[in-house]
Design a protein around this ligand. Structure first.
Ligand SMILES: [Zn+2]
Length: 70
């Protein structure tokens, strides 16, 4: 029987892409965030946390949306 050594730690899985900067998020990295909508974000992007940027953006959109229905 063949007994191949399999190094699982070398297998990289792309878990997704940052919703803000489109960076690939790999399974061996844990510096990223998944929100309730299953969107992925870097924790440590070029300008800080991409998740923080996204939250600020969404907050601005939400503030616009509050005008609806009133
Ligand atoms: Zn990012």
């Amino acid at each position: 029987m063949a007994n191949k050594t399999w190094n699982k730690s070398k297998t990289l899985i792309i878990c997704g892409w940052c919703n803000v900067c489109q960076k690939e998020l790999l399974s061996n990295e844990d510096g990223w965030i998944v929100n309730a909508e299953k969107k992925h974000f870097c924790h440590d992007g070029r300008d800080g946390s991409c998740f923080d940027k996204y939250v600020i953006e969404q907050k601005n959109i939400a503030e616009d949306a509050t005008y609806e229905g009133n």
